[in-house]
Write a new protein. Sequence first.
Length: 345
Amino acid sequence: MKGYTKGFAVLLGLGLLLPAAGAMAACSQVTQADIDEWTVKGLPNIDVIQKEISFHVTFPSTIDVQPDLPVGETFGSGASPSLGSSTALLNCDWRTGGQVRYAFVSPKQGTAFPGVVESGMKGIGMRLSYVRGSGTVSTFPFIVNFGPAEPNQPYFPGFRSGLRMVIDFVKTGEMDVSSTFGAGDIATAMGDGAGGPVIRITTGSTRINVLPSCSPSTPTRNIDFGTFGANSVSQTVGPTRPINFEVTCIGPASPSSITAKLTGTPDTENPSLLRNTGAQHLGIRVKDRDSDTVLRPNDNASVITKPGNSKLFTYNLDATVLRTGTQTPTAGLINATAVFTMAVN
């Protein structure tokens, strides 16, 4: 009667029993002979047996960062596709087990933040995470130890389907205006026995830009037009009040330009004016004194563009009450709301 040798597989997880002191533990890359034999025989809980697998981490083409992001915060990430099949890559000595080392291709300097290493870009660290389908996470570099297994049985640690690699970028200090994270080989996993890496991790590239952040000196303004009579208002002349404010920007770079427009409800008789919800037949015109531009509500062609190369921008506007048609205005309040919206470029 012929004997039958069954395959023994364990799915890769956290460390099992450590080898006994002095024992020569070893987990080797599977050989072609292993692949040929066990592809036919099959291994429990394993879909595929092969020499290596690759994970490619991709990022958005650009990642934008606010200049006031606190140090230690994550601001962008990339991920690889998930492993589709549970895969055996290593053949370990059943008597002693072995070790799998997960390491960067080139040594990385640590930072003040756990699991975050220097990325090679000023003020930017990175965290490379080994994310299992179960949701548990290990951070590179790390080691997994495998203890002894069933006597006289093949011992193939497996990598479960759903496994993926994730890279997070973390602010570690003052950043440059623009940095590039280059594509290339970043990390591997290999056993402590014969053979080479069984996992190779590569990355795509991305450009990281620190955006200027701008804010007005006075976020909200209330304009009081005082008391006036109908004879004080025409379609071209009326009570006028200044709206003056500054916009200050922060960040390592100045904006290339700032474009501003007026957002609000247009008057039904004269859409170049803001609608007044109080006294009838009156609207409010907002005009830039410096450029003589009338800011028509919700009109993308009616804008103020100021050139950049500065972190301080001054706006000098006028708000004027005008008649919206030929009818005599009624008594009442002047009441309108608008938002001055700025696009920083």
